[in-house]
Ligand binder design. Structure first.
Ligand SMILES: [Mn+2]
Length: 495
């Protein structure tokens, strides 16, 4: 399961009832496994036996955090009394011109507040009282023919543990009754993609006073530090992803798969599972044939040393760009020790040699989005301009209960090496005759998922990391006989 970033842009869909029915049919399997259950009286989400149960109180707790924060802002006049939070959830997107849809995944801010898994919903939180009202789409009768009983609002109320549920077409009337002083809607730019969130819209919104300047910063900031339940969900996604990585390492064989993976290749697998919209993001690098060559060991250990130095150094208050610098310093020293570089390491850093070998940021916030929100909020330090550092998705000082990836890497990219070899300042640090040997090497990245604690960090990634551990696991995997699809096909045709 490769980690794929789906960019969902909100589209207003005008769909016929037949079309809607076809779409519901297409996503029937997903709905059946992912619906929250409340047979035991308390609503919770799971994906069947032996999967993590998540109580809907998780979202009540998140809403409580938001209400508390809005109360603080009311005291400073930044938010008016009688303000009402209005969010619009995600919609299903059609796949090209077909009547199929992309598998629906809820918009992250909406999911964080409400836990609603279906498309086409709205949610309202009254900031003075915390009273929460959800609005579900009114499904056509035809839906029941294929999908079974249509869930009425009252049942959704129990399912999502909120105060009230109405139909979407009742939203204007319900809001008129609440009489908000102002509607707080969600407008903000994602600092990784540059895309802007779509504020909630409905026919008649022009009758209300709307403020879209507050919510994005506040919700993003709340999402940066994880609650105890969120930490449990993240652990679950990370442990599951770790097991998948170990399975790949055990079962990979060079010269299989149409020779895409050859003997002597270095493999780099960047994969993470998502559970209940929470992401893991783990990278393992290992030799395809199960044994590190001397050059592979050298580069791997340089990256591992950087990864470990950063892990040892992180704790609340530490600045993330200082960690990026630390990773460059450790890695460049090791490459110098290995004969690839020469000269003073600090001078190399001044000359941007770090970005020649690791042209990406050290790591990023992790949570509901694989590159989680909150990296560059108005109150945070701005993006640096120096090469390599400018790719950092945040330079915030670390906080307790943040999740981050630590993912230094070292790559031998022809275009970057050629450019550096021609640069009068950079070329003095490079040893061309040694670097030549590493052309076509590919790269090594070691990416761990860590939780910042009160005095350090916890690494929740459970995969072999040292050269010895990797070789041992891969040797163990080689004792197992595995059949590939091509071989299965051959057996069938021989019969
Ligand atoms: Mn990552």
């Amino acid at each position: 399961m490769l980690s794929v970033a789906l960019r969902l842009t909100r589209a207003r869909l005008f769909i016929s009832k037949d079309n809607l029915l076809a779409r519901k049919m297409a996503s029937v399997t997903k709905r059946e496994v992912s619906a929250p259950r409340y047979s035991d009286g308390a609503a919770h989400f799971d994906m069947g036996e032996h999967t993590l149960r998540i109580p809907m109180s998780h979202h009540a707790h998140n809403r409580q955090r938001l209400v508390q924060r809005l109360a603080e802002l009311r005291a400073t006049q930044a938010v008016k009394e009688g303000s009402v939070v209005l969010l619009q959830g995600g919609d299903e997107l059609p796949r090209d011109a077909t009547d199929c849809t992309w598998v629906f995944r809820q918009e992250s801010f909406f999911h964080w507040l409400f836990g609603v898994l279906e498309p086409g919903w709205y949610g309202v939180v009254e900031s003075d009282s915390g009273r929460t009202t959800l609005f579900c789409p009114r499904l056509p009768d035809a839906y029941a023919v294929v999908m079974g009983r249509i869930i009425p609002p009252h049942d959704f109320m129990k399912r999502y543990s909120v105060d009230r549920v109405f139909y979407v077409d009742e939203l204007p009337k319900v809001l008129e009754d609440i009489k908000p002083s102002v509607l707080l809607t969600l407008v903000g730019v994602n600092s990784d993609s540059g895309l802007t969130t779509s504020a909630a819209q409905f026919a008649g919104i022009e009758k209300f006073s709307v403020d879209s300047s507050v919510l994005h910063t506040e919700l993003s900031e709340l999402r940066v530090t994880k609650s105890p339940i969120e930490i449990e969900i993240m652990k679950y996604a990370i442990e599951t992803s770790s097991a998948a990585h170990c399975a790949v390492m055990k079962h990979v064989r060079p010269a299989q798969f149409g020779k895409l993976i050859r003997d002597g290749d270095m493999c780099l697998f960047d994969m993470g599972a998502e559970y209940y919209c929470y992401s893991a993001d783990i990278t393992c690098s290992f030799p395809a044939n199960g044994k590190f060559s001397d050059d592979q060991r050298l580069v791997y250990n340089a990256v591992l040393a950087a990864n470990q130095a950063v892990f040892e150094a992180v704790k609340p208050g530490v600045k993330w760009d200082d960690m990026h610098l630390l990773s460059y310093r450790v890695m460049l020293q090791k490459l110098k020790d290995g004969g690839l570089l020469r000269g003073d390491v600090d001078a190399m850093i001044d000359a941007d040699i770090g970005a020649v070998f690791q042209p990406h940021g050290l790591g990023h916030l992790l949570g509901m989005d694989v590159h989680d929100s909150g990296g560059y909020l108005p109150h945070c330090p701005p993006r640096p301009s120096k090469a390599g550092f400018n790719k950092l998705r945040t330079v915030r000082p670390l906080l307790e209960n943040m999740f981050l990836t630590i993912e230094p890497g070292c790559y031998f990219i022809d275009s970057l090496l050629d450019k550096a070899l021609q640069d009068p300042v950079q070329q003095q640090f490079l040893v061309p005759e040694v670097l030549q040997r590493f052309r076509g090497f590919g790269g090594v990245r070691i990416e761990d998922d860590v939780l910042i604690t009160s005095d350090g960090a916890l690494n929740l990634t459970r995969v072999p990391r040292t050269v010895e551990e990797i070789e041992a696991l891969m040797a163990e995997g080689r004792k197992e006989t595995i059949s590939f699809p091509q071989q299965l096909g051959k057996h069938r045709s021989q019969q």
